[in-house]
Design a protein around this ligand. Structure first.
Ligand SMILES: *Cc1c(COP(=O)(O)O)cnc(C)c1O
Length: 399
């Protein structure tokens, strides 16, 4: 283990602050490290393995596809890609899909499409996108430029032109920021990396009306909160509002790398042949995994269970808040939940890991809980006393 960590540090770019655990196997909500120690996973690889680790149906689909056809390029037709596009459009507002390989690339496609659509319809110069403070849209140059966090920009200037930032959850702020150069508004329906922040009810709908009135495209980044995470296939369904462009990634293929940008025909037209492309986008292997994942997650009973287990989890966390003065707020929808502390939460993450529970924190003081959507109430019951002790220790240290 020590040897491997040394090799890692010597050979892999040091872009990640890793915790000292070497995972070797996963099944459902459980993970095992190289010493055989078992963990319960309340992170799901950052909201990626929504069906849990090594899901038998996804594993079978991947194995079958791996021995049938993995990749031939988008110069040809392949069946799983077409079937996935059909299912995604059937289950959403969208008519068309562009497949990419990550969340950043899905957003990159959305940004390019918004610019191209605006240029086709309104001429040059109208390419600005209004995004939100504390947002997260990825680490490519365009998507980090679209991200409203200075720490993500730092050192990579000059940024891609044409992004401005306004506070999340304020249509008025968007109204004031719009200029003749604005072509789109980019927003996460719930901010994930920004601290698991939920906007007020009605915000997204009002934003849509505003965008429609000003001929602006509304882009929802559901890379983190889509695919059943909040108890509906897409988070925006609960706000009864559709975007013009939707981006998905993380959980779409339950762990295989994929991204997707969805939109309606009128907007998709701006992407004519040759305007945008990617070698790996929508390979038979990943789209087959995604198709299986989507079919399971989209089941009404499955989603209903995410909502009810999520409600239970939130109730349990609310009890935790009552017992600990360091907890500012608990919040959640479906199985995306957060415990916001009045101090750094990393010691809680490390304590839980020692005890065999995987969680993480965002924005220093927010504990994020995003277990596989198949998590059971008794597994939540096992986490709670550990969180309780971790918070007591944290309070004792400060006292
Ligand atoms: C993770 C994330 C991204 C970036 O996805 P990558 O696959 O890491 O490029 C973009 N937007 C949101 C909301 C995310 O949570």
């Amino acid at each position: 283990m020590t040897q491997l960590i040394e090799t890692c540090n010597a050979t892999i770019c040091r872009t990640y602050a890793r915790l000292p655990v070497l995972f070797v196997r996963g099944e459902g909500c459980r993970l095992w490290d190289d010493t055989g120690k078992e963990y319960l996973d309340f992170l799901a690889g950052i909201a990626v393995c929504n069906l849990g680790h090594s899901h038998p149906l996804v594993a079978r689909a991947v194995c079958e596809q791996a021995t049938t056809l993995v990749h031939v390029s988008n110069l040809f037709y392949t069946r799983p890609q077409i079937e996935l596009a059909r299912e995604l459009t059937r289950r959403s507002f969208a008519d068309k899909v562009f497949f990419a390989n990550s969340g950043a690339e899905a957003n990159e496609a959305a940004i390019k499409l918004a610019r191209k659509y605006s240029r086709d319809h309104f001429g040059p110069g109208r390419f600005h996108i209004i995004a939100m403070t504390n947002s997260f849209h990825g680490r490519t140059l365009a998507t980090l430029s679209a991200t409203g966090q200075a720490k993500v920009h730092k050192g990579f200037e000059p940024l891609v032109e044409g992004f401005s930032f306004v506070p999340f959850d304020s249509v008025e702020a968007v109204r004031q920021a719009v200029t003749e150069q604005t072509c789109a508004v980019l927003v996460e329906p719930i901010q994930g990396e920004g601290g698991v922040r939920f906007p007020s009810r009605g915000y997204l709908r009002e934003l849509k009306e505003f965008c429609r009135a000003h001929n602006l495209l509304l882009i929802f980044d559901e890379v983190q909160v889509g695919m059943g995470r909040t108890g509906t296939l897409f988070a925006h369904e609960q706000e009864e509002v559709n975007p013009d462009i939707l981006t998905l990634a993380k959980a779409l293929a339950n762990g295989l790398p994929i991204g997707a940008m969805l939109t309606h025909d009128a907007v998709a037209e701006a992407f004519s042949a040759g305007t945008h492309a990617t070698t790996f986008g929508g390979t038979p292997l990943v789209t087959r995994a995604a198709l299986t994942t989507l079919e399971i997650i989209a089941e009404p009973d499955f989603l209903e269970r995410v909502r009810s287990v999520g409600t239970y989890f939130l109730q349990r966390l609310t009890q935790l808040k009552e017992a600990h003065a360091c907890v500012r707020e608990v919040r959640g929808r479906g199985l995306l939940l957060a415990v916001e502390l009045d101090r750094p939460a990393q010691p809680v993450v490390e304590y839980c890991l020692e005890q065999g529970f995987v969680i993480n924190c965002v924005q220093d003081s927010v504990i994020r809980l995003a277990p596989p959507l198949i998590v059971e109430e008794d597994q939540i019951d096992r986490l709670l006393p550990v969180l309780d002790r971790a918070l007591s220790e944290l309070e004792a240290v400060a006292a």
